[in-house]
Design a protein around this ligand. Structure first.
Ligand SMILES: C[S@@+](CC[C@H](N)C(=O)[O-])C[C@H]1O[C@@H](n2cnc3c(N)ncnc32)[C@H](O)[C@@H]1O
Length: 211
C-alpha cells in the first residue's frame, strides 16, 4: 500500500525545491513535449493527473481547447497557479482518483505519477472509463524494479529519512500489462532521455467494445 497522506506531505514539503530545480535533460523534455503536442488537437479536452508545478500544462494548453491540470499537493498547485498561463488551463487540487470523474476526455496525461498512486489497476480503470473511445493515455512512469539494486537501497534509505516518496516497484512489462488489463492498447513506447526505466507510453482506449 502506498500511503497517500505521507506522500502528499512529502510533495508539499519539497514543492518549492521541485519548482526551482533545473531540468537535467532539457532536449529530452522538449522532445517529449513535441511528441505529446503532436497527438493533441485544438478541439481536445485534456486532463492531467499529478501535474506538479504545471510546467507541462502551461506549455501544451495553447494547442488544445481545455486543459485541466490536477495534483493532490496543495503546494504544487499553489506554485502552478502563480505562473502566467492561458485562459484554457485550470489547476485543481485533487488526488488522481478524485480527478478522474469529469470526463469524457480526449486525452489524459500522467507524467511521472502512475508509480505513486495507491491502487494502479483502479486508477487505470478510471482513466479508461474517463476517455472517449480512441482517447489516449499519455504517460511517463518510473519502473523502479529495473533500477540497480544499489540505487534501490539508496531510495529505501532516503525514504526512511523522508527524502523520497513511497513508490511502487514496477517492471515495464508489469506496467504494460496493467494498462492492457484496464482495456488499453499500447500504441507507442519510447524513452526520452537517459533512463530506459522511465518509459513514455501512449495507450489508447479502443474504439470497439473490449471482449
Ligand atoms: C514526480 S512529480 C511529477 C510532476 C510532473 N508531472 C512532472 O513530470 O514534472 C509527481 C507529482 O505527482 C503528484 N502526486 C503523487 N501522487 C499523487 C496522487 N495519488 N494523486 C495526484 N497527484 C499525485 C505529486 O504531488 C507530484 O506533484
Amino acid at each position: 500500500m502506498i500511503r497517500q497522506d505521507r506522500n502528499r506531505r512529502f510533495w508539499n514539503r519539497i514543492a518549492d525545491r521541485y519548482a526551482a530545480r533545473q531540468l537535467k535533460d532539457l532536449p529530452a523534455y522538449e522532445a517529449m513535449l513535441q511528441n505529446t503536442a503532436a497527438r493533441l488537437s485544438s478541439s481536445d479536452r485534456v486532463l492531467e493527473i499529478g501535474c506538479g508545478t504545471g510546467g507541462t500544462a502551461i506549455r501544451l494548453a495553447p494547442g488544445v481547447a481545455e486543459w485541466i491540470a490536477t495534483d493532490f499537493s496543495q503546494e504544487m498547485v499553489r506554485i502552478a497557479r502563480a505562473k502566467p498561463s492561458g485562459e484554457n488551463v485550470r489547476f485543481k487540487v485533487a488526488d488522481a482518483a478524485e480527478a478522474l470523474t469529469g470526463g469524457p476526455y480526449d486525452a489524459i496525461c500522467a507524467f511521472n505519477v502512475l508509480h505513486l498512486v495507491d491502487d494502479l489497476p483502479a486508477i487505470l480503470a478510471r482513466v479508461h472509463a474517463s476517455l472517449h473511445p480512441n482517447g489516449q493515455l499519455i504517460s511517463k512512469t518510473w519502473c523502479f524494479a529495473e533500477v540497480s539494486p544499489w540505487l534501490r537501497v539508496g531510495f529505501r534509505v532516503l525514504r526512511t529519512l523522508g527524502l523520497f516518496p513511497v513508490a511502487r516497484s514496477l517492471t515495464q512489462a508489469q506496467l504494460r500489462q496493467a494498462m492492457r488489463d484496464a482495456g488499453f492498447e499500447i500504441t507507442e513506447q519510447r524513452v526520452f532521455g537517459a533512463y530506459p526505466q522511465n518509459p513514455y507510453i501512449v495507450a489508447q482506449r479502443p474504439m470497439k467494445p473490449e471482449t
